[in-house]
Design a protein around this ligand. Structure first.
Ligand SMILES: CC(C)(COP(=O)(O)OP(=O)(O)OC[C@H]1O[C@@H](n2cnc3c(N)ncnc32)[C@H](O)[C@@H]1OP(=O)(O)O)[C@@H](O)C(=O)NCCC(=O)NCCS
Length: 160
């Protein structure tokens, strides 16, 4: 069977993550967020059919970034996306999301949702660029390092 593969900038490509990528994804995620997720969480996500991850990597499979989604019936959720700090601003995040949209075209998912800290300007710019619109906000959703609570925006985009 032909494996799934999508083009990405900078000589990278996008492909589905495998269970052996859990530790690398946990490390990348930790670099992108104040609170990391345990490797065990990534092991279980990667072992479940409805929570696939996609990696941006080079020909030697060195990983520059990833996106993790949950797809249930006609809804999909972006659980997280993170790009290695030295690879940011080069179109990797955009390529990851475009690969996710392309793959979801083959699924029953009709709409995609995500939550983002309202102060995460880079992520919000990326999501708006790709057609997400803010549908609501949730106060006190994220804890900040200084103990204050951040508001999350809920954004959505139609698929297909
Ligand atoms: C958010 C993140 C995934 C973006 O990945 P990236 O590979 O740097 O993004 P891209 O280079 O593909 O940028 C795509 C678009 O997003 C926007 N964007 C990305 N970074 C930006 C920044 N720092 N400032 C403003 N806009 C930005 C731009 O509009 C860009 O469009 P353009 O190519 O037309 O200029 C990355 O910054 C990251 O890993 N951050 C830490 C983790 C995180 O916050 N994840 C999202 C949580 S919900």
């Amino acid at each position: 069977m032909m494996d799934k593969l999508w083009m990405a900038p900078q000589g990278l490509h996008i492909e589905p993550a495998e269970s052996g990528d859990a530790a690398t994804l946990a490390r990348l995620h930790e670099q992108g967020f104040y609170r990391g997720w345990p490797v065990a969480d990534f092991v279980s996500f990667l072992g479940e059919r409805n929570t696939p991850a996609y990696i941006a990597c080079d020909a030697r499979r060195r990983i520059a970034g990833f996106a993790l989604i949950r797809a249930v019936a006609d809804e999909a959720e972006l659980l997280t996306i993170a790009v290695d700090p030295k690879w940011r601003g080069k179109g990797v995040g955009r390529a990851l999301l475009e690969a996710v949209f392309a793959d979801l075209m083959l699924s029953p998912a009709k709409r995609m949702f995500l939550e983002v800290d309202e102060q995460n300007h880079a992520a919000i710019a990326l999501y708006k660029r790709l057609g997400f619109v803010t549908i609501s906000s949730r106060k006190g959703y994220y804890a900040r390092p200084d103990g204050s609570a951040a508001t999350a925006l809920v954004m959505a985009r139609d698929l297909g």
